[in-house]
Design a protein around this ligand. Sequence first.
Ligand code: PA5
Length: 432
Amino acid sequence: GTVSLNDKYLNQFIEKDEVIAVQDFVKAAHRKIHEKSGAGAEYLGWLDWATQLDKDEVSRIEETAQKLRREAEVLIVIGIGGSYLGAKAVQDLLCPSFGLNKMEVIYAGQNLSGRYMEELLSFIEGKEVALNVISKSGTTTEPAIAFRVLRAWMYEKYGEQAAERIIVTTDKTEGALRKAADATGYTSFEIPPDIGGRYSVLTAVGLLPLAVAGVDIRALVDGAAQAEKDLASEDLFENAAYLYAAYRQILNARGYSIEVLASFEPAMSGINEWWKQLFGESEGKQGKGIFPASVIYSTDLHSLGQYLQNGRRTLFETMISFKEEQYQSRIPFDQENGDGLNYLADKTLHEVNQQAMNATALAHVEGGVPVVTIEVERVDAFHTGYLIYFFLKACAMSAYLSGVNPFDQPGVELYKQNMFELLGKPGYEKKI
Ligand code: PA5
């Protein structure tokens, strides 16, 4: 299929009976998701979003993106967590590396680094710029600060015309950003109230920046819609997302409490980050959760690879494999053969990379690391949308299997509270 699970390296770690034993729990969790009866049920809007999505809204996003592409060279997306990781992930995977994209989409508001901001301001000097500020709550401090700085820069450069280059993506009625949009006439998009940040990449949160970056957002949504149909069964042997979730929890129960998402494609680094947020923020609560980590191979075979092979045996690995050979870069024949590589002459890098993956999986399994492989047919917008939905659904299932609410993030609040106290925000009396 489009995205499928290959468990040939798992067989020596998990018996089929163990999987059958969790089927009833999977069915119960499936009902929580589909009947909206579990904890956090008010955040299940993502479940059928791709098939319900209003095509007029997609057109409005595309038109806005076209306008921005005509008028600007750089789009700065301001957001943090679920308000930027999805767009960045898909952009990293689908857009060319090495600055080959004509329209630059860059990010701000995901850190408080003065250096980052100063270098960003130097970079945009003399360029035509647009802003897309994204915050569901409209009150998150990091993006609010970045927006204040960059908005001042925009008004300095464009005067009142700046308003036409600022796009707001936020809640329909709530928050400071909605007020700003209403007061200034900024073009705005809505984040549905029933879709949380880390589940929002297929809403305007991800779609607008991605359309500006040149991604085929309709294909992305279509891929998710296909996954929605394919991953609707309550039977975990007919639902790859549920099977993946079940494997994770079976392994976790056995003390494999760290999952390493491994990819042999460097363009996957953004998806790694998005995936870590999705699973980390959804499952890491009540003293539970699988710690999500990630690697990019071959790079990390010469780094964390040593730990994977011989370190503490508390981790399992999920490898992502892209099956189709889309790029034909070949290793040339060399008369001298000084490097001894003629045995590889005429092979594509893809072929060699695939063997690097098989070799790594075999080595890690031998070293005691359970390995599960997610096979993706090819890299394009459709398959990326499919893969995103696969993970969203697997994450909801996995969190319910472990008995936590997949959709809240109570633990993100304490640092904010402390920061406000330390910075003297009005209304926050000092505890520290
Ligand atoms: O997944 C989540 O809900 C969070 O990571 C939020 O996306 C993040 O905290 C940013 O929130 P907001 O969009 O309200 O600024």
